[in-house]
Design a protein around this ligand. Sequence first.
Ligand SMILES: [Zn+2]
Length: 50
Amino acid sequence: MSQNIIKCALCGLAVEVEGFNVETGEGLKLFCCAGCLSVYRLLNGDKIKE
Ligand SMILES: [Zn+2]
């Protein structure tokens, strides 16, 4: 049981589906779902590189 579990950058739940991620000034952030990704975008729009 040493799989590399990625945790959602917003809520901390395990990320089971990849693809909800965003590149920021602090590095790549991964999220568990589109909801967490959109909330992060709202809260940290100034950090996101796009
Ligand atoms: Zn989440």
